[in-house]
Ligand binder design. Structure first.
Ligand code: HEC
Length: 155
């Protein structure tokens, strides 16, 4: 009997902790929106941080395409590096905690791909390859924008 109670308690704990892992690590702080996207709610200051990073992504895409047009591998490597892992702004833990796993995965993957683009441009200077890599980066931009939106949390 005691063993059975123990098993039930253990099972309950497992379900609860599984639920917590899902809620806080996998799902993040999201609600469905009327435009088919998932809304991530953030305080205004955190929203500004994410959007500023987005604008710098766009600036990097612009610099990379200019570098391709000029056939300038050094400029391309520099532009791509600015959007790489090491260039990532420090994001507060509270913000990271709100982000769904898939959002974080796409975000990291985008930084990582810019790093790879910088490395390959330095080593090979192969512009068609860089353009292909840029397309894969843009796939991430498109895919994340189709899935998520950020609304201001009522503070
Ligand atoms: C991991 C998800 C994700 C990735 C990857 C991503 N974005 Fe975004 N981006 C967002 C979200 C969410 C918003 C806010 C959209 C909204 O609320 O309607 C946004 C907004 C923007 C904005 C508007 C900024 C502003 O000030 O309003 C720009 C520009 C932008 N992204 C560019 C890019 C570019 C370029 C890339 C690829 C190099 C990219 N983003 C990759 C999630 C992402």
């Amino acid at each position: 009997m005691q063993r059975l109670t123990c098993c039930i308690v253990a099972l309950l704990l497992l379900v609860v902790s599984g639920g917590l892992v899902y809620k806080f690590i996998l799902q993040g702080d999201v609600t469905p929106a009327s435009d088919e996207r998932l809304v991530i709610l953030m305080p205004e200051a955190e929203r500004h941080l994410v959007l500023a990073e987005m604008r710098s992504f766009l600036a990097s895409v612009r610099s990379v395409t200019t570098a391709v047009a000029m056939d300038d591998a050094d400029a391309l490597a520099k532009a791509a590096q600015l959007a790489g892992m090491s260039a990532g702004r420090e994001m507060p833990g509270s913000l990271v905690g709100r982000l769904p796993m898939e959002f974080k995965r796409l975000g990291f993957d985008t930084h990582r791909r810019f790093d790879q683009m910088a490395l390959d441009a330095k080593q090979m200077g192969d512009m068609p390859l860089s353009l292909q890599q840029l397309t894969r980066v843009l796939d991430n931009c498109v895919s994340c924008h189709a899935t998520y939106r950020i609304d201001r949390m009522v503070e």
